[in-house]
Design a protein around this ligand. Sequence first.
Ligand SMILES: [Zn+2]
Length: 468
Amino acid sequence: MKRKPKRSWRKKRARAGEPQIITRAVTHIRLVEVNPGKLAALDELAPIYLALCQQYVHLFCTEEIPNNLRPPLYATSLSERWHRAAIMQAAGIARSWRSNRQRAYQEFLEDLAAYRDEPPEARGDPTNKEPTWREWNVPTLRETAIQANSNVVVCEPSQDTTYDYWLRVSTLAKRKPLYVPVKLAPYHRNALKDKKLNSSVQLNQREGTWWLTLTYDEEIVVETAPDAPVVGIDVGITNFITTSTGKHFGGIDQKTRERHRRDREKRRRKAKLLACLKQKEKCTRLPSTSSRSGKKLIRHTKQQINRAVNQCFTDAGHTDAQFAYEELSVASMRFKTKQMNAYLRASNLAHLPRQIAWNATKRGVLATPVKSAYSSQECSRCHYTHRGNRVSQGTFHCLACGFEAHADKNAALNLSRRIGDGELRACRDRRAIKALLLRRHEQWKHQHGLAGTPQVKRKKRSRSVPSI
Ligand SMILES: [Zn+2]
């Protein structure tokens, strides 16, 4: 079976001058219901398809390695072709769930090792808790989304001018395909002009309306010179983006923060209530705790993130530059959002590096993910790495050399230098990175004639005996 190189930009980063294929999607094409009940066959098929897909998602997440070609296992009234589509979609969902879970688990282990390595006095800090692992739930398919290949849904250009395309959809009834006309909005028509459509399409049903997503491939060449100046990007919540050039883009303001807090409380109350109900009445199916306002809030924040990333890439000071951004991990998110709640970080912070990678790719700009460990604790001047260097959320003050800067800018400077840092890239875990940074600090001291001076003590002495 031939698979489209969908989202290959995520898996493989192109080097300068090398073309790469990206898949662009045109979403929110509304399926017109020419006469009432026209889409009934699709309505009828969707829940069966979704339930089947869910069964395979469970299988591929818990018992078997995801496999597009797995022989059918469950009984269904769907055709063989639809059955295969469900298996393939489930395998895709399970693959990304498995790799995300594995990455998170690996980070948890590193995080735990780093915690156990810390001196006992650091454990007195109430914000420094021992990391715990909570097993992930198998994904639940809540919304109707059908990823259909050309075996089950074919999208053909329309011959007359009334419609743009016709969808031929196989249904539960044999040899009785459903023909659905597709009329594009001018915006969609413009986006798809002269494009060769990919053969697979996605169908989504939201509140009774069916929507179509079409995709096409585009070849993009990275234009950035490999020796272009590097702009480091530090991501966070107060400032979505801080660059090594000292600029800030976007961020969550007090008002949005308050909205997030209220939404989280609401979901907590709802979850509590549901837990009570479950005990009392043995309900098998309970409504979800995700709220409409919560989803709206996530969407709103994502839009703000997109805008900030856009501004960063189009900033006049960043033309002809290449970017270094942090590979955000669960562990570093934990460090970054100590005061913020888990909900916020889960829903939004992970969207930032994805958006940075996507923006770079579509513009043909070079952006390289780099290891982020200790980038907020390392001094960008002398490499001294200590949690105490970060005196507050916004300020970095090096305990060794006295260097002072905006904390995020200091981190962005560190990140900008990690491109091409083979030694750092070769480090296996956080512990090795910290050891390397402290070795570099010793080198720095040596170069500056400070070898042998115990830096932190020196600082303390100067504090307790003020110079007159
Ligand atoms: Zn320093």
